[in-house]
Ligand binder design. Structure first.
Ligand code: TXE
Length: 485
């Protein structure tokens, strides 16, 4: 298909601008590496200007002192606009990130639901009155934090941008969004829709630039009050260090090496499908990917045979094509990294059951495709058993007892997500309580809602997104004591 290459602008202080240097970055379709758009390559100065714009918008009363119900109505309008533009947003997401069109449609619907959910909460952010010794009134105010910076990765561009934009705006903050340099298209479109919805000038800024220059300026800027970062553990640690210099609030959602456990009393045909989709959705580029499957020894052979059989028939292709079951990985560099991990796995003694290379189909040679790959006999010491590969690579391990599988599942520096399959209630709740992860799914996988908290333990992050209590992060608490004597 032909795509018209557009030269886009970024949103700063309510204006659509080029970068101060006038340079652009090319954005490509990972299924064929053809350029689909050019976006401004923002500089450090552009990042500073975006923060200044957000600060100015916060200091003017229009947004912060707006009737919160009205703020909620603006977010409802934005929800409607996201829904009206869902076809275009989903196509943009698929062309830019590579995921299946139906996955992008799901992500856009999820983004709309997130704006809708937090729109409804805008006028429910309440303080409290606190009983203290007599002749006093003591109460708390929940104020917006101020200027918040949103550093968004490339694997769920619109869903993750919306996940933090919605609560930040509902609480009255002014924001600077920095999408990933690889996948900025839907965030720019969200900026356009927010403006259309009636968000005042300067409240939403979207700057397109690199992590090294623009991202690092945004997280080090002393005029920023809160940072919301989703990305790698390594960059997350750098962000936290930069934030420490100005004592800026920080919310981190980092990677995962998530266990997906199947007990023999589970619905096995559903469990096979879930283990497969839990790793090959979005070509495995998910913080919550079920990248480590633990299968009970009594069902192991049949389960694994069935899983491999289902994986072998998966159709690879561009996400935009209806018949595709797995798209490319996001970039050439990612393709190289994933293939490197597979080589390491073989060298370390893991047994390659299926996949492991670029597909041979001549139609796929221009894109960043990697075959869906399955290893068995993987241990926690192997790189494939402990590093976040962020690609379509599954490691399978056999287990015998609950104690053994819980111990292996927890044998990782990460602690984001975990899944388990069993029809025994006692096993389900027992294992859920013992897994060192922030979110557990029982008898399904890849499930989360705007109203349920999502965040990691250990090196998977600090704090959580989603749910009513996430608003705590986007507000600050002030206590007021009044002497009535
Ligand atoms: O991530 P980075 P990358 C993991 C996954 C993947 C690895 C590398 O394992 O293989 O990270 O991916 C911005 N200050 N995840 O290199 O570098 C950057 O511009 C401020 C897991 O893409 O963490 C982008 O917008 N910002 C993850 C964002 O950080 C900086 C999703 C993420 O980039 C910065 C993505 C800096 N110094 C990758 N350097 C998840 N939790 O889902 C970069 N950035």
């Amino acid at each position: 298909m032909t795509v018209q290459i557009q030269k886009l602008k970024m949103l700063v202080a309510g204006e659509w601008r080029e970068s101060s240097s006038g340079s652009f970055s090319s954005i490509v379709d990972p299924s064929n590496n053809q350029v689909i758009a050019e976006v401004p390559k923002a500089s450090r100065e552009d990042a500073e200007a975006a923060v200044e714009s957000a600060r100015h918008a916060f200091d003017s009363p229009e947004w912060r002192d707006m009737d919160p119900s009205k703020r909620g109505r603006i977010l409802i309008k934005l929800t409607g606009l996201v829904r009206e533009n869902s076809e275009e947003l989903a196509r943009l997401e698929t062309l830019n990130e590579g995921k299946l069109l139906r996955e992008s449609k799901g992500d856009v619907a999820w983004a709309a639901r997130t704006f809708e959910y937090f729109a409804g909460l805008a006028d429910k952010i309440e303080g409290e009155t606190i009983p203290v010794p007599p002749k006093r009134l003591n109460y708390t105010l929940r104020e917006p934090l101020g200027v918040t910076v949103h550093i968004v990765p490339w694997n769920y561009p619109i869903a993750l941008a919306s996940r933090s934009m919605a609560p930040a705006l509902a609480a009255g903050n002014t924001i600077v969004v920095k999408p990933s340099e690889t996948t900025p298209l839907t965030a720019l479109k969200l900026g356009e829709l927010a403006t259309k919805a009636g968000v005042p000038k300067g409240v939403v800024n979207v700057v397109t630039g690199s992590g090294a220059e623009v991202g690092s300026e945004l997280v080090s800027n002393p005029d920023v009050d809160g940072i919301i970062f989703t990305g790698s553990a390594e960059t997350g640690k750098q962000v936290m260090q930069a934030a420490a210099r100005n004592v800026t609030h920080v919310l981190l959602e980092l990677g995962g090496k998530n266990p997906h456990i199947v007990f023999p009393d589970a619905d096995l045909s559903k469990a096979v499908r879930s283990v497969k989709d839990g790793i090959f959705t979005n070509a495995g580029q998910m913080c919550w990917a079920g990248s480590r499957a633990f299968i009970h020894e009594s069902i192991y052979n049949n389960f694994v045979n069935e899983l491999v059989a289902k994986t072998k028939v998966m159709r690879l292709g561009p996400g935009i094509e209806e018949t595709t079951e797995m798209g490319p990985v996001v970039s050439k560099a990612r393709q190289e990294t994933v293939l490197g991990y597979i080589k390491d796995g073989v060298a370390e003694g893991a047994k390659l059951l299926y996949g492991g290379k670029r597909p041979s189909d001549p139609k796929l040679q221009q894109g960043n495709f990697v075959e869906p790959t399955i290893f068995e006999d993987v241990t926690g010491e192997m790189k494939v058993g402990c590093d976040e590969i962020f690609g379509p690579v599954l490691s399978i391990t056999k287990f015998q007892t609950v104690e053994e599988v819980v111990s292996m599942a927890n044998e990782t520096d990460y602690g984001l997500y975990g899944g388990l399959w069993t029809s025994n209630l006692k096993t389900a709740h027992d294992v859920a309580s013992k897994l060192q992860v922030g979110v557990v799914a029982i008898n399904e996988y890849l499930v989360t809602f705007p109203q349920t908290p999502f965040g990691g333990f250990k090196e998977s992050g600090i704090g959580f997104e989603q749910g009513i209590r996430s608003l705590q992060y986007y507000t600050r608490t002030k206590n007021v004591s009044v002497n009535l004597a």
